[in-house]
Ligand binder design. Sequence first.
Ligand SMILES: [Zn+2]
Ligand SMILES: [Zn+2]
Length: 353
Amino acid sequence: MKGTLYYGNRDIRIEEIDEPILKNGEAKIRVDYCGICATDIEEYLYGPNAISSTPPHPLTGISTPIVIGHELTGTVVETYNTHTEITPGQRVVINGILSCKKCNWCKSGNPQQCPVSGSVGFAANGGLAEFISWPISHIIPLPNNVPSLEAALTEPAAVAAHAVDKGMVTAGNTVAVVGTGTVGILAMQIAKSRGAKVIAIDTRQLSLKTAAELNADETILADDPHIETRLKDISNGPGPDVVIDAAGTSDTPKNCIKFVREGGRVVVVAIYIDTTNLDFNSIVTTEKEIIGCNSYTKDDVEEVVKLLSNGQLKTKPLISGIIGLDDVLDIGFKKMLEPQKDIFRLLVSPSLG
Ligand SMILES: [Zn+2]
Ligand SMILES: [Zn+2]
């Protein structure tokens, strides 16, 4: 089969590789769509960071070259376990996080905090290929009314759901999302599904336009000189209860702390390439909280599938194009590497060749 292999820094190749061989408890999935994510680009430019090279990943034993791609949906073609509700022909998404299942974090329902946890496409072969094998325990069937195309954004949506969880967003809260790219816009919709008023903040007009189409209550350009006053007005005085940083520039954490109300919560869900200076006194004196958010849990994936099914989460406006595996580098990566990109997600459909 054809697969997209990460060999190392700026070295990704589309190659003919063996199809996965199933182990007991696994299913073979034909990949219908797999997104190219900014994290893939960061690994290409600055990695290997999250991708396991040397030594191999402690949990999976896998190292480079590794098939990348962590945002996938597909159809089960085979299972190595007859006692399962997952059967061939079923359209599915996956919980892409593997963990040891033995440590305190795993036992307390936080496998994403497990010291040896690893993700599909980083610690195990991923979805930018024709087929993938994955543990049946980590497979979630799609309801009939959720098209595979729209389910292709389940992974970034699960990350977004996790960020909204970490922010403890409840009905009546005001939530500002800084950086309304794919994860930001998904977080905005999920916060809204919980009854929050949501504000989209971004430097790109395209992002704000899409955020408005997807029911942002307010949109603000990031360089608006009156941004703090506007945020206070919208939240009737104190500022947003929760600010989610999905932008991840060296300035955004500082700004998020400035924007959030006293005692409010800032959730950081981006990957920061540059370090940042923070004035910790501004946190001490206001009891604001900064909360880290890493990947997601199976519950987050299940919540996303429910929201896709009941129409509260819309992903179609975030799909900017569909390409074949042969075009992952020449079209996909090239487009994602443009400094002023005018896209959200590019999906790869292996059936296109
Ligand atoms: Zn991603
Ligand atoms: Zn563990």
